[in-house]
Design a protein around this ligand. Structure first.
Ligand code: FAD
Length: 599
């Protein structure tokens, strides 16, 4: 049997009262959601238990807010909705959390068990619908299952690899009298007392250490799991010992400070040039807490097969799923890296030329972006990001939507403090940003929250701006307004012979008026100085603002970019870098040295 009975005092109360007390006991003091016929009983119990209900304007928004809240607090964000449309509106948010390994617990109301299967008003099989996108889901059929089900769902959301869980709660069960007689019966074959995080296998650790010690060009690939494991210190220590460049995935940006000299930034389809070059030319890759998505490696072709890959992941199903590792280590990232640090033999002094080459690429890349920015008619998005970074304190939480602004942020937003980067990476959910930024602000009211969004993404969930004044959530919203679904238009330009289909808006609302309607200041800066000034004003005064940045949608092409199915060295480069070769040659010399020799 799992769980405990709430005690004699609970006899005679409703099942939902008991459920609210279990949530309180788990430390939940806020729930995101929208009420309705099948969940109002639970909301009533939450209010009686003094658990705050944060009322969103759409359930998807509530789910994204709970997701972001979970990422910041590292405890599950709890979202609740009624049956039928309330529950199905959560689905995108649940899938988003699933793809990004984010701890979240959803509770849905359900029609009474007495009318199950009769197509009752707002009846939907949400347990069936969410089975493939939850770590665990469960429908409570008996009052005695309530405590065990809620505790299991809460714990499973954060234990091991985090992810979303769901508890479905029929209305008649919610409102039934709660009795502890006979104790809580768990019809859940789960026994947490036996759970221990997997320990790294010492044989695999020794093998990995040997491979790293003799590697010529070792590279560390940091994924989101490094954030969950809080293993950034170990990653950097190992990188320094090995003099190995560190590249990240898009969510892995959250796990290492961008200003460390060995951190090359994110690699992949929209990675930075020096990071793509590092990963592509590595002979040994130490991949930590990443599931090797197609977006990170471009393609799973022979180029990857030639590398020796050491893969550390807490989830055994990820090991060998997308790439064949030379060494697979099933463990928490931090535990595995600590073991690796202990096992590492003396590392021979390595030729630093590979690092010099990567830094040379970085320099050329930065210079080319500067030159490109000077030629643009309107704002260069990457310059706007740099300007915002200058005024945003290092611990500012930055949340993005999905689209070209997100890709510019992948390449040019410097995450200075681990745990301050929130993006929809795996599902790529447009509309994530506004509600996720609100969830982040609720999780960390004392810290600035910067919401970077595109006009397309913003329009999908902007109704949630209502919460800014409702709950005093002063977020700095920045809309990169290019009047297009730009990443798709980008593909149309490069891959569909420039046939622009359904990616440009012929009309759209005035975002300043939208902001005004929600009682939020809005500005349209005409220079980078004004961008700095307004963002600084919002952050310093703890005032919300909507900053609208005018971007030209012919010029807004996020480069570098690796075409789908191509390898990292084949990236389409920004203008001025056509001659830059991303394939490392052993005889490479810094240009000045080469020039001197030639003369
Ligand atoms: P996740 O998918 O979150 O996986 C985390 C991994 O860590 C899992 O395998 C998990 O089991 C493991 N883990 C969790 N906890 C622990 C722990 N304690 N210890 C050890 N392991 C743990 N991504 C890129 O990389 N490059 C790109 O250029 C890129 N372009 C994109 C473009 C767009 C428009 C969008 C929307 C997304 C893009 N992405 C890109 C994101 C991409 O889709 C994937 O989401 C991302 O690559 C996955 O990164 P990940 O494996 O680090 O994180």
């Amino acid at each position: 049997m799992l769980g405990r009975c709430g005690g004699a005092a609970e006899n005679g109360t409703r099942v939902v009262d008991h459920a609210a007390r279990v949530l309180r006991e788990l430390g939940v003091n806020k729930v995101f959601g929208i009420t309705g016929g099948s969940i109002m009983g639970f909301f009533d119990a939450l209010a009686l238990e003094d658990i705050e209900i944060v009322m969103f304007r759409h359930e998807q928004g509530a789910a994204h807010a709970a997701d972001a809240y979970g990422r910041i607090t590292r405890r599950p964000g709890v979202v609740m909705a009624t049956s039928g449309p309330g529950a199905t509106n959560l689905v995108t948010g649940i899938a988003n959390a699933y793809f990004d390994s984010s701890p979240m617990m959803a509770v849905t109301g359900q029609v009474p068990t007495t009318v199950f299967g009769r197509d009752a008003f707002q009846e939907t099989d949400i347990v069936g619908v969410t089975a493939p996108i939850t770590k665990f889901n469960y429908q409570i059929r008996r009052p005695s299952e309530t405590g065990p089900a809620i505790r299991a769902a809460y714990r499973l959301a954060y234990e091991g690899r985090p992810g979303p869980t769901l508890v479905d709660f029929p209305r008649d069960v919610q409102l039934a009298p709660y009795s502890c007689e006979g104790g809580e019966q768990a019809y859940l074959p789960l026994d947490f007392s036996k759970y221990r995080p997997p320990k790294p296998d010492p044989v695999a650790i020794r093998k990995a250490a040997r491979l790293l010690a003799v590697a010529s060009r070792p590279v560390i690939l940091v994924g989101n799991g490094v954030y969950w494991s809080q293993a950034w210190g170990e990653v950097l220590q190992l990188a320094e010992l090995l003099q190995a460049p560190v590249v990240t995935t898009l969510p892995g940006k959250n796990a290492v400070p961008a200003n460390h000299p060995l951190v090359m930034g994110p690699a992949g389809m929209h990675g930075r040039l020096e990071a793509d070059a590092a990963l592509a030319n590595a002979d040994v890759v130490l991949a930590v807490g990443t599931r090797f998505s197609d977006r990170t490696v471009g393609r799973f072709g022979p180029e990857l097969g030639e590398k020796k890959i050491i893969h550390i992941d807490i989830d055994p199903s990820e090991l060998g799923k997308n790439v064949k590792p030379a060494v697979a280590i099933r463990a928490d990232a931090r535990a595995a890296l600590r073991a690796l640090l202990r096992a590492l033999p003396a590392v021979p002094r390595r030729d630093t030329r590979f690092l010099e080459w990567l830094n040379y690429i970085r320099r050329r890349y930065e210079e080319a972006m500067e030159a490109w920015a000077r030629r643009l008619r309107k704002f260069a998005p990457w310059k706007v990001l740099r300007a915002l970074r200058e005024v945003a304190p290092p611990d500012t939480i930055t949340v993005t939507g999905v689209g070209s602004h997100q890709m510019w942020a992948e390449q040019h937003w410097d995450v200075l403090v681990p745990g301050t980067w929130v993006t929809s990476a795996g599902l790529g959910t447009m509309g994530f940003s506004v509600p996720a930024a609100l969830g982040a602000k609720i999780a960390a009211p004392e810290r600035p929250v910067l919401c970077l969004d595109g006009d397309g993404s913003f329009q999908m969930t902007m109704n949630n701006l209502a919460l800014v004044r409702d709950y005093n959530l002063p977020v700095t919203f920045v809309i990169f307004d290019n009047r297009a679904l730009m990443l798709v238009k980008h593909w149309q330009i490069y891959l569909y012979d420039r046939r622009i289909v359904a990616t440009e808006y012929s009309s759209r609302p005035d975002f300043a008026k939208i902001a005004e309607a929600y009682d939020i200041e809005a500005v349209r800066p005409s220079s980078l100085n004004e961008v700095r000034k307004w963002a600084d004003w919002s952050i310093r005064n703890n005032e919300p603002i909507v900053i609208i940045i005018d971007i030209d949608n012919e010029e807004d092409l996020v480069l570098p970019w690796v075409k789908p199915g191509e390898w990292l060295t084949q990236a389409v480069k920004p203008p001025g870098l056509e001659d830059l070769d991303l394939v490392y040659r052993e005889d490479w010399r810094p240009p000045i040295e080469a020039e001197v020799r030639a003369s």
